[in-house]
Write a protein that binds this ligand. Structure first.
Ligand code: 3SL
Ligand code: MG
Length: 234
């Protein structure tokens, strides 16, 4: 098994992900939201690119949807929930389907169509994600959502932790970038010592959302691995 990393949603290349297991990471905060919502009984998450797409789904369907996501890290007008994972409790999301649009995360997920499997990963479910990677037994590309088309420390560190979890189960060949993310994780296993340098971490802190940061950095509190298939994450 070979493990590679793509550093932002804008860098996804179809030929790099074809026939591979892909893990999409946007630990701050889209994939932490999805993992949390699914763990709390959400029936499915439909990722969309734009606010208009989300509104269109709600308008054209008889099914009742909840709307969640962000623009500039803030709740979108008329939506039920923001992009804070702490809002997606059993009480708010159980039995409901979520239509979600975020700046980088949902773009990264949709950009991975064509891969064999598209897993949703975060610090929260890293060990479970590694286990699923090993079960699928294919070459892996970890797709970091990144921030606005650029490399993001948070997703890279999370990739390093997932790689560490895989290496505790099987041997794997790592590309140079995968070696680098693993090396950085091994030197910052507490996460906070390095993630604090991420520009998006600073943005979330400035918004007073420290509780989200604390939650998104927790390791392995969820053992589910959501998967994106046929337009919906289940
Ligand atoms: O870009 C995204 O997809 C979001 O997760 C970013 S934010 O943390 O909600 O601002
Ligand atoms: Mg992010």
């Amino acid at each position: 098994m070979r493990i590679d990393i793509i550093v932002s949603a804008d860098d996804i290349k179809k030929e790099k992900i074809a026939n591979k297991t892909v893990v999409v990471i946007d630990m701050l905060r889209a994939t932490s939201v999805i993992t949390t919502a699914m763990n709390n009984g959400c029936t499915g998450v439909v990722p969309v690119l734009t606010v208009e797409d989300a509104a269109g789904i709600v308008r054209n369907s008889k099914e009742e949807f909840m709307l969640g996501g962000e623009r500039k890290a803030l709740k979108i007008e008329g939506f039920h929930y923001s992009n804070s994972p702490l809002e997606y409790t059993r009480k708010t999301i159980e039995g409901k389907t979520l239509v979600m649009t975020t700046t980088n995360g949902t773009k990264a997920i949709k950009g991975c169509v064509g891969a064999s499997n598209i897993l949703i990963g975060a610090m929260l479910n890293a060990k479970a994600t590694a286990k699923r990677i090993v079960e699928l037994n294919k070459d892996v590309v970890i797709v970091n959502a990144g921030t606005d088309g650029e490399f993001s420390i948070d997703d890279f560190l999370c990739s390093g932790y997932i790689i560490d979890c895989v290496l505790s189960l099987v041997q794997a060949e790592l590309t140079d970038i995968a070696v680098t993310s693993h090396y950085i994780y091994k030197n910052n296993e507490d996460i906070h010592s390095f993630i604090k340098y991420a520009s998006h971490y600073k943005r979330i802190t400035e918004l007073g959302l420290e509780a989200d940061l604390e939650y998104c950095c927790r390791k392995d509190i969820i053992d589910k691995v959501p998967e994106y298939k046929n337009g919906i994450i289940v």
